[in-house]
Design a protein around this ligand. Sequence first.
Ligand SMILES: NC(=O)c1ccc[n+]([C@@H]2O[C@H](COP(=O)([O-])OP(=O)(O)OC[C@H]3O[C@@H](n4cnc5c(N)ncnc54)[C@H](O)[C@@H]3O)[C@@H](O)[C@H]2O)c1
Length: 246
Amino acid sequence: MSTKTVLITGGASGMGLLLGQCYAKEGANVVLADVNRDALNSCVDEIRTYHQNVIGVQVDVRDYAQVCNARDEAVEQFGSIDILINCAGGAETRICNAQGEFHETPIEVYDFGLDVNLKGAFYFDHAVMAQMVKQNSGVIIHLGSITGEEGSGNAVAYAASKSALMHGVTKSIALAGEHHNVRCVCIAPGPVLTRPAMANMKTMLGRAAEPQEIVDMIMYAASEKCEFLNGVTILMDGGRSVMFNK
Ligand SMILES: NC(=O)c1ccc[n+]([C@@H]2O[C@H](COP(=O)([O-])OP(=O)(O)OC[C@H]3O[C@@H](n4cnc5c(N)ncnc54)[C@H](O)[C@@H]3O)[C@@H](O)[C@H]2O)c1
């Protein structure tokens, strides 16, 4: 089997970093793309202690020129991009430390949320699809969220972005890739312990997910074993959505 190249946005933290570590352990070429240069450098250094084929590319997913540059660096280094995993993101109210109600929160906070969570993934899909069409193969993974299902009274742009990725974008990218052997899947986690506050969110199991549980699902969905999986969202939330829909 030929060596795969995996490009992971948000690769300097949380599930993105864990994906980079896991793919590197499997022998894949890994491209970590993240806005946080210091974190990126130390993540790449850490992975290089056991795997040479990893590079870091500093990129702000809100900037399409930077996104194209990240794609080009990946292709220049490794020759292809077989799997794109869009992990970069997070709730704008948390990242911008905006505590107020929706109507009190500056609109710039929501612009930021839409740009990072929705347009960022959209930009990467667009830029990398051009390469995958040339290859006539590829898998694109989106990270949705239980918040995209439930909504949120303050992280409104986050909820809207995740919902769009889960419902409109994943289906549309699957259709766009139909004649090019490119498929697209969204994994939408419930609470994940990449940060301690997530432990307080209810699930049927009475706990949040370990990052590894979600990463295992992402890697399975991106693998050849899941060739038949396309244009859908897998909600991996410990039963939270059915608990509250009763
Ligand atoms: N942690 C959870 O409970 C949870 C639940 C559901 C969905 N998710 C989603 O899963 C994904 C990963 O979550 P996590 O908790 O591992 O994330 P994290 O907060 O640990 O890491 C996010 C990474 O994205 C990077 N990033 C942020 N803005 C960026 C930008 N403009 N350009 C490039 N990089 C940028 C950050 O620097 C960081 O390294 C996110 O999309 C998140 O919304 C997380």
